[in-house]
Design a protein around this ligand. Structure first.
Ligand SMILES: [Zn+2]
Length: 204
């Protein structure tokens, strides 16, 4: 699937404007509803001694026609369901270890999560491939990636990601941006011009 990307700058004060045309981002028909999608960005200032992570949330209201709003929600439920099923064994395995304190339980649990996250992502990818025969729009729906390892929310026809850099004064860097991939090229172009972003067609 070729995707058009739109890159929208984030200002040094952390502000950004993402405007969509009043059209379904997937089919381009008039929009009837919006769905909130929240990509996240995790800033990692951890040292070898301490864990210091801050997660920033960037909510976006995505316009859809009624049909694709329903499909987006359904596809998202399928992918989230697969992901959480892959995380369930971590709870069981942590319990099996019989940790002596809550702190120890937490460390064991986080360790298992490190293993379970990539499995959860791989399984979503597999399930998406297998079920796309029954639900064609599933293959145009982004995979769920938890905030701590990248942060991408699932939605139909659109896949946002955040990049934040900091300059020498610790402010938001000038090359910070939101990049959104679209399956609908026309909607992508309109979003770029409404949001003051740049538009890039996929390379063949
Ligand atoms: Zn639609």
């Amino acid at each position: 699937m070729n995707k058009t990307t739109v890159t929208i700058p984030i200002s040094q004060s952390g502000n950004y404007i993402v405007s969509f045309p009043n059209r379904c981002v997937y089919c381009g028909q008039p929009s009837e509803t919006t769905i909130e999608v929240t990509p996240t960005y995790t800033e990692d200032k951890s040292t070898t001694m301490t864990i210091n992570k801050t997660t920033y949330r960037f909510p976006l209201s995505i316009p859809y026609c009624a049909k694709h709003a329903r499909e987006s929600s359904r596809n998202k439920s399928i992918l989230y369901g697969v992901f959480f099923l892959c995380l369930l064994p971590t709870i069981f395995l942590t319990w099996r270890m019989e940790p002596s304190s809550f702190g120890q339980a937490l460390i064991v649990f986080l360790f298992y999560c490190l293993v379970a996250f990539p499995i959860g992502i791989l399984m979503q990818w597999l399930v998406r491939k297998i079920l796309s025969y029954a639900f064609p729009s599933l293959s145009d729906t982004g995979i769920v990636i938890p905030g701590v390892i990248g942060g991408s929310d699932s939605a139909l026809g659109i896949s946002p990601s955040i990049r934040i850099t900091s300059d020498t004064l610790g402010r938001v860097g000038l090359d910070s941006n939101i990049t959104i991939s679209f399956t609908n090229d026309e909607v992508a172009r309109e979003c770029a011009s409404l949001s003051g972003g740049t538009y890039k067609v996929p390379q063949k």
